[in-house]
Design a protein around this ligand. Structure first.
Ligand SMILES: *[C@@H]1O[C@H](CO)[C@@H](O)[C@H](O)[C@H]1NC(C)=O
Ligand SMILES: *[C@@H]1O[C@H](CO)[C@@H](O)[C@H](O)[C@H]1NC(C)=O
Ligand SMILES: *[C@@H]1O[C@H](CO)[C@@H](O)[C@H](O)[C@H]1NC(C)=O
Ligand SMILES: *[C@@H]1O[C@H](CO)[C@@H](O)[C@H](O)[C@H]1NC(C)=O
Ligand SMILES: *[C@@H]1O[C@H](CO)[C@@H](O)[C@H](O)[C@H]1NC(C)=O
Ligand SMILES: *[C@@H]1O[C@H](CO)[C@@H](O)[C@H](O)[C@H]1NC(C)=O
Ligand SMILES: *[C@@H]1O[C@H](CO)[C@@H](O)[C@H](O)[C@H]1NC(C)=O
Ligand SMILES: *[C@@H]1O[C@H](CO)[C@@H](O)[C@H](O)[C@H]1NC(C)=O
Ligand SMILES: CC(=O)N[C@H]1CO[C@H](CO)[C@@H](O)[C@@H]1O
Length: 452
C-alpha cells in the first residue's frame, strides 16, 4: 500500500522537461503536454488594444489544475496580445504561434510591484521594490516558454525614457524572469525591446535557453539579453543577442546582500552564440558577483560590433569570486576592447557594504581567439589587495586598427600566455602555456569534463 502510494506520488511528479535540462550535452526532449487550451477560450482579444492580463491570469489559474495530470499547454495564436504582468505555473508550456506577439503594456499600473531580490537587497535602479517582469515564474518546476518564432515585445521605449530622465518610481521590469525554479526551457522565440533584462533566471537550476533571438536598439540604456543570476546548470545555445548594453551577463548578487545569500552561478555552458553589445560587453561577468561565479565554459562564440568582447567586472566590497572560466573558439569583429577586466567597477547598494570584502578573480582561460578591427587587445586592471591571478591566454590573434597606441594595459594581474598577438603585457608572461600547470585544472560543466 505504502509502496503503491509512493509510486503514485513519483509518477505524478513526472518531469516533462526530460533529458538533462540545463545541460548542453543533448537537447531537452519536450514531451507534448496531454492538455492544451487556447488563450481565446479565456476571452483574450488579439487586436493590440485590448488588455489581456486577466485572460492570461485566468488561463494559468485554470491550468494549475492539470499540474498533477502531466501538465498543460497554453496556446497563443497569431495576433497582437497586449498584457500586463502575469505568473506562470508548474508543468506548463506557454506556446506562441508564428505571428503571435505578446505585447507588454506601457501603463506601469498594470505591472505589479514586488519585493527586491534578497541577494540584491533593493531594486537595482531605484531603492525599494521593483516592477515584476512581464512573464514570471516563482518556485516552479518543469516550465517551458516556447513557440514557432512567436514574439515577446516589452515595448521598452517608455521605460528607457523614464530611466534616462530619472522618473522611475521602481526599478524597471524584465521580460521573462524565473525565481527559485528548476527544469526551465526557453526556446524558439524572439524577444524585443525589454525594459531592462530579457531573460532572467535567478536562484534556478537546470535552465536551457535555446534558439532564441533577442534584441533592443543600440541606444536603449542598460538593456541586457540573458542574465543567469545565482543559478546553476544553465545551458545557453544557438542564440542571437543584440543589445544596448550587455548581450549575456552572468551575475550572483550585490555586495553584503549577495554575500549573505551566498548562492553562486556555476556550471554554465554557453555555445554557438552570436553576441552584439553596443555600449557594454558581448559576454560579461559581474559586476554583481558576490555569490561567486565558477565553472563556466563558453565555446563557438561570435562577438561583434561591441564596446567590449569579454569583460570581468567587480569592485572592493563585492566579495565572491570569478574562477574556473574557460572560453574557446571565439571570433571577434569590430570590438573596441577585446578582453577587459576591472576591479573598480560598479556602485554599492548602500553604505553598509564591507570595503574589506575583496573579490577574487582566478583561473581564467581564453584560447583559440581570432579578432579583427580591435582597438585595444586587453585592458586588465586588478585590485591592489587582491590581484587577478592565473589568467591564461593561448593562440590568440587580434588585428588591431591602430586607433589607440596602447594594445595591452595591465595592472595587478598575473598569468601566462602562448602564441598571443599582439604580444601581451609582461604581467601575463610569455612562458610556454603548456609548461604552466596553473593553466590546467579540471573543469566539469554540463556533462563535459575537460582538463583545461
Ligand atoms: C505573482 O507571483 C508573485 C510572487 O512572485 C506574487 O507576489 C503575486 O501576487 C502573484 N501575482 C498574481 C496575479 O498571482
Ligand atoms: C529555431 O526556431 C525557429 C522558430 O523560431 C524554428 O523554425 C527552427 O527550426 C528552430 N531551430 C532549431 C535548431 O530548433
Ligand atoms: C522570427 O520573427 C522575427 C520577428 O518577430 C523575424 O524578424 C525573424 O526573421 C523570424 N525568424 C525566423 C527564423 O522565422
Ligand atoms: C511615479 O509616481 C508619481 C506619483 O504617484 C506618478 O505621478 C508618476 O506618473 C509615476 N511615474 C511613473 C513613471 O510611473
Ligand atoms: C524548436 O523548434 C524546432 C522546429 O519546430 C523543434 O524541432 C524543436 O524541438 C524546438 N526546440 C525546443 C527546445 O523547443
Ligand atoms: C571598426 O570597429 C569600430 C568599433 O569599434 C567601428 O566603429 C568601425 O566602423 C569598424 N571599422 C570597420 C572598417 O569595420
Ligand atoms: C588557433 O585558433 C584558431 C581559431 O582562432 C584555430 O583554427 C586553430 O586550430 C588554433 N590552433 C591551434 C594550434 O590550436
Ligand atoms: C619574453 O621572451 C623574450 C624573448 O623571447 C624575453 O626577452 C622576455 O624577457 C620574455 N618576457 C617575459 C616576461 O618572460
Ligand atoms: C600589488 C600590485 O601590483 N599593486 C599595484 C596595483 O596597481 C596600482 C596601480 O597601477 C599600483 O600602483 C600597485 O603597485
Amino acid at each position: 500500500m505504502l509502496v503503491a502510494l509512493l509510486l503514485l506520488v513519483a509518477l505524478s511528479n513526472a518531469v516533462r522537461v526530460n533529458g538533462d535540462g540545463g545541460q548542453c550535452g543533448s537537447n531537452p526532449t519536450l514531451d507534448p503536454r496531454p492538455h492544451s487550451v487556447s488563450i481565446l477560450e479565456f476571452g483574450a482579444v488579439g487586436d493590440g488594444k485590448t488588455l489581456n492580463t486577466i485572460a492570461f491570469q485566468n488561463a494559468i489559474f485554470y491550468l494549475k489544475s492539470f499540474a498533477d495530470k502531466g501538465g498543460a499547454q497554453l496556446y497563443v495564436p497569431p495576433g497582437k496580445w497586449l498584457t500586463g504582468s502575469f505568473n506562470l505555473t508548474s508543468h506548463l508550456t506557454l506556446f506562441l504561434e508564428k505571428g503571435a506577439v505578446l505585447i507588454g503594456t506601457q501603463d506601469p499600473s498594470h505591472w505589479d510591484v514586488v519585493e527586491p531580490l534578497p541577494s540584491y537587497g533593493r531594486g537595482l535602479e531605484v531603492p525599494g521594490g521593483r516592477y515584476q517582469s512581464l512573464i514570471n515564474g516563482y518556485m516552479l518546476h518543469d516550465v517551458v516558454v516556447t513557440g514557432n518564432n512567436g514574439t515577446i515585445d516589452g515595448m521598452g521605449m517608455v521605460w528607457w525614457d523614464w530611466y534616462s530622465t530619472h522618473s522611475l518610481n521602481h526599478s524597471r521590469p524584465h521580460l521573462v524572469e524565473f525565481v527559485a525554479s528548476d527544469y526551465v526551457v526557453v526556446s524558439n522565440l524572439t524577444f524585443l525591446n525589454a525594459p531592462a533584462y530579457s531573460i532572467h533566471p535567478v536562484y534556478c537550476s537546470h535552465v536551457h535557453i535555446q534558439n532564441v533571438s533577442i534584441s533592443t536598439p543600440p541606444e536603449s540604456p542598460y538593456t541586457v539579453g540573458i542574465v543567469p543570476d545565482s543559478s546553476d546548470n544553465v545551458c545557453i545555445e544557438d542564440c542571437i543577442v543584440a543589445m544596448g548594453f550587455d548581450a549575456i551577463s552572468l551575475k550572483s548578487g550585490w555586495d553584503e546582500y549577495g554575500i549573505a545569500y551566498g548562492r553562486p552561478t556555476e556550471n554554465v555552458h554557453i555555445r554557438r552564440v552570436q553576441l552584439h553589445a553596443f555600449s557594454g560587453s558581448a559576454l560579461a561577468f559581474g559586476s554583481d558577483m558576490s555569490g561567486g561565479i565558477s565553472n563556466v565554459l563558453v565555446e563557438h562564440a561570435h562577438l561583434f560590433n561591441s564596446n567590449s568582447g569579454i569583460e570581468f567586472r567587480t569592485t572592493k566590497g563585492r566579495g565572491g569570486y570569478m574562477k574556473e572560466i574557460v572560453m574557446s573558439d571565439i571570433q571577434m569583429e569590430n570590438v573596441h576592447t577585446a578582453i577587459a577586466a576591472t576591479g573598480n567597477c560598479g556602485s554599492h547598494p548602500d553604505d553598509k557594504f564591507d570595503p574589506n570584502a575583496l573579490p577574487h578573480l582566478d583561473h581564467i582561460t581564453l584560447k583559440d581567439v581570432i579578432g579583427t578591427n580591435i582597438t585595444i587587445a586587453g585592458n586588465l586592471a586588478g585590485i591592489d589587495e587582491s590581484p587577478f591571478t592565473n589568467i591564461c591566454l593561448s593562440n590568440i590573434t587580434l588585428s588591431t586598427n591602430s586607433v589607440s597606441p596602447i594594445t595591452w594595459a595591465c595592472s595587478n594581474v598575473s598569468g601566462f600566455s602562448d602564441s598571443v598577438l599582439p604580444e601581451p603585457c609582461p604581467e601575463l608572461g610569455n612562458t610556454s602555456y603548456d609548461s604552466s600547470s596553473s593553466c590546467f585544472y579540471l573543469l566539469s560543466v554540463s556533462g563535459k569534463t575537460a582538463l583545461q
